[in-house]
Design a protein around this ligand. Structure first.
Ligand code: GCO
Length: 479
């Protein structure tokens, strides 16, 4: 049999987010974001870690991009800090902030690395929070559109790949349901769905504007997709899986791809009085944008198990394991619908996330058959404790193993008919984990950084050399 490999021109990549790497949080006229403010509240993050310095990518981007080039990376996915560009969220652009992204993009292009830009990776300008409550107000739609429009115009000859919104399902759930992210609200279900509706409309406006400016450019959203399995063939559990998918997965992906909410989930939420208000104009806009997206962006980390949950059963809480110790995560669920027990067939990471390479293939097959859209894997990776040896090596064979298994499944997905354009590992350098500080590492490049400081020097991990080979052989080195 021929060895598995990726199609020609496959975009082997790696990804990051502005808040998690840049630092320079008040430099060169940058405005503050919701995250800059949120992390000041004691106890919100591991040892009160912040992104004030992060891994100092703002000052070291040339070194970082040179490492990407050495590795042979084909694409680099990064996000733009809205508040660095528009300190007040709107109005005058901050030229110094813009210059940073111009330089970063120029640096990528000089090495032949395709930039992939995320417009929104969770950091909204604090000024907009204060002006009207950020995503809670429909006013945000116009401001987001203006911000996106500016970037499309400015970089239309340089950037071909754009992601409107990163993990809408996660930042809204953590922001308005579990209170773990800003604005730190707990169980505000009605507001949660209304906020999501605003995000969908902002995304849709941006997609439509984009296609007028760059008809041949590629645009989509990145969804944190956790495919689900029914616990067993008990029909009650199978039904809970279906309901889970409608509420937790298709609620987002159907809007991106079809422009409408899944019917039975909408019905269920309407009965509870928490469904978003959808006008006819909204529907038209969402359907129009859905017909124009080019790909489904998938951030894949883990899968979920679904079991019927009695009416007096478990409800999700706002607790989360930020300690790195196993076994302290809560079982989540919605009484009367589903709960999510652990999967006895799968091992877990140091942070209790299931490791399920085949789940990635499952995700691709499901998206291909449900939406028939090309796919960009915009994130996949292993968060772990890495150890720097005395002679500056990092032997992260566990990461190599994790990535190899996932890439292999992805190559099978291609063989089985999925149209996959890119695979971006999370992440290129180590970076700040939103809640878990600097101890949870994902990168190919180790950064000497802890909560208390560090030299910020970069060291290549074993996985760096391994991925270089994978890219050079277009995946064949894995099989
Ligand atoms: C973390 C998370 C993140 C996310 C990413 C989502 O530990 O903070 O894993 O790094 O994966 O930001 O897009």
């Amino acid at each position: 049999m021929d060895k598995l490999q990726m199609p020609a021109n496959f975009l082997w990549g790696s990804a990051s987010a502005a808040y998690q790497i840049e630092g320079a949080y008040q430099e060169d006229g940058k405005g503050l974001s919701n995250w800059d403010e949120f992390v000041k509240l004691p106890g919100k993050t591991y040892q009160n870690s912040t992104g004030e310095v992060a891994v100092d990518h703002y000052h070291r981007f040339k070194e970082d991009v040179a490492l990407m080039a050495e590795m042979g990376l084909k694409t680099y996915r990064f996000s733009i800090s809205w508040a660095r560009l528009f300190p007040q969220g709107r109005g005058e652009v901050n030229q110094a902030g813009l210059a940073f992204y111009e330089n970063l993009i120029a640096e990528c292009l000089a090495y032949g690395i395709e930039p992939m830009v995320t417009l929104y990776h969770w950091d909204i300008p604090q000024a907009l929070e204060e002006a009207y409550g950020g995503w809670e107000s429909p006013q945000v739609i116009q401001d987001y559109l203006d911000y996106a429009h500016f970037l499309f115009q400015h970089f239309k000859d340089k950037v071909n790949y754009w992601i409107t919104i990163n993990e809408q399902n996660i930042f809204t759930t953590f922001g308005w349901m579990t209170a773990l992210h800003p604005p730190g609200k707990l169980q505000q279900e009605k507001l949660f769905y209304q906020v999501n509706h605003h995000v969908f409309l902002a995304h849709a406006q941006a997609v439509i504007a984009f296609k007028e400016i760059m008809p041949n450019g590629k645009i989509g959203a990145s969804f944190a997709y956790s495919p689900s399995y029914a616990l067993d063939c008990d029909p009650k559990n199978a039904m809970s899986k279906l309901d889970f998918d409608d509420l937790k997965n298709f609620w987002w992906m159907d809007v991106y791809a079809y422009g409408r909410y899944p019917k039975s989930a909408y019905q269920h939420l309407a009965k509870k009085g928490v469904a978003p208000v959808v006008s006819e104009a909204d529907s038209e806009l969402l359907v129009k944008a859905a017909s124009k997206i080019d790909f489904m962006g998938v951030n894949y980390y883990q899968t979920t198990v679904c079991e019927y949950n009695p009416l007096d059963g478990v409800a999700s809480t706002g607790e989360m394991n930020t300690t790195g110790k196993k076994g302290t995560n809560q079982i989540s669920g919605v009484p009367g619908i589903y709960k999510n027990p652990t999967n006895p067939y799968l091992k877990t990471t140091d942070w209790d996330w299931t490791i399920d390479p085949m789940g990635l293939r499952y995700a691709c097959k499901e998206i291909t058959s449900r939406y028939n859209l090309p796919i960009i894997i915009s994130e996949n990776g292993l968060g772990a404790f890495d150890e720097l040896t005395a002679d500056h090596h990092i032997h992260d064979d566990y990461r190599i193993d994790y990535l190899a298994q996932h890439i292999k499944e992805l190559m099978i997905a291609v063989e089985e008919g999925s149209d996959i354009w890119a695979y971006c590992t999370w992440s290129f350098t180590d970076l700040l984990s939103w809640l878990n500080g600097y101890q949870k590492r994902y990168g190919f490049v180790y950064v000497d950084r802890s909560e208390s400081g560090g030299s910020l020097d970069r060291y290549k991990k074993d996985s760096f050399y391994w991925y270089k080979e994978v890219i050079a052989s277009n995946g064949q080195s894995i099989d």
